[in-house]
Design a protein around this ligand. Sequence first.
Ligand code: ATP
Length: 400
Amino acid sequence: EQTAEIKAHEKVIKLPTHVEETAKQVGTIAQELGFRAYLVGGVVRDILLKKEVWDIDFVIEGDAIKVAQRLAEKHGVDYHPFEEFRTAHIKVNGLKLEFATTRRETYPHPGAYPLVEYAGLKEDLLRRDFTINAMAVCVNPDCFGTLIDYFGGLRDLKDKLIRVLHPLSFVEDPVRILRALRFAGRLGFKLSKSTEKLLINAVSAGLIAKAPKGRLMNELRLALREERIFEILELYKKYGVLEHVLVGIRWSPQLEKKLLSLRDVIAWHRIEFPKEKIDYGWVYLLVLLEESEKGMDFLVDISAPAWVRETYEDIKKNKKELTKKLLSAQKNSEIYLLLKNKPLPFLLILMTEEDIKEKVRVYLEKLRSVKVDLEKFKGLSGRQLGKAIEEEKMKLMDAL
Ligand code: ATP
């Protein structure tokens, strides 16, 4: 019966070469154990989108831990089982594999952590968030590469649509509201008409606040890590979701202008200083929180790294004054003295202010890297040397 069901959705896809070998081994092991194994979720979506995949999720109709164990033995590597959830992780061939046993999830009340029971593949797919994330690919030898798509995920990928699997999806798990917008922003997709309506209703019913805070914070962290965070924030704005997560935040034309400006600044920084790695998402968050009264509480809730919290305090304390001084600074050396101890995220945020942008840009592109000829200072040491170098630098930059 199972095979017949799969046949109804038959379409064989080609897996990327670096996944194929491992997937075949998994399928063979499952077959030997009398189980069925599938690639599932985001990895299937990304393979169909021809994106690179390294985190590979398998579900097993059977015992996931046993499959992981055999594969680990075959490769002579460790496996990491989580008995409680019947899942296991292993690393092989540069891939991060996760094995889970197919399961059903039911939500006792909106936003609650779900109750879990074992079930077949179809129910495992049915518990998922969006059609594009609810496809599987069979890897057992008798059906290797067969795409299993009960909900029209492939069609939605082609039409660039995010669609929930059933009308209560956002009610069951309001975190999906944010996930929908994250995937839409990341992929440049739209919400399907019906999903959009459901999302709007869920937001206006105040469901986001019903989700556990930890899960919301976790989701926001994921969003902040996205390359297309700007597009995601635009969607958050469009659907009015951010105000439910960052309590106290208000969209204003000024804030929107600043975010747009930050987007340009970041695009510029990425190109000009590709080696200066920085998590731009946090910089966006700092701009969002700049006018908020409760910014610091929020940064603590989201477990922001120390540099983010420090920058936030620095901005709150010093930005106004510093902006004023920069406005009146004439000489390059004055600009240098004002900016030389400021961390990069602070500087990028200063660049979102039109009237001082140019000065900060000059500092980052030129002033901070002015070099002096050390030969000149032979015989000096310690503090004297430091002072002499600084003075020489400033002379040089004023002559630029
Ligand atoms: P990413 O590329 O961001 O890792 P992903 O699709 O792999 O995307 P995960 O958060 O790792 O996302 O989740 C793996 C899969 O689990 C998803 O593809 C989806 O099928 C399912 N899933 C995750 N979160 C939820 C949720 N809140 N509700 C329903 N299904 C979910």
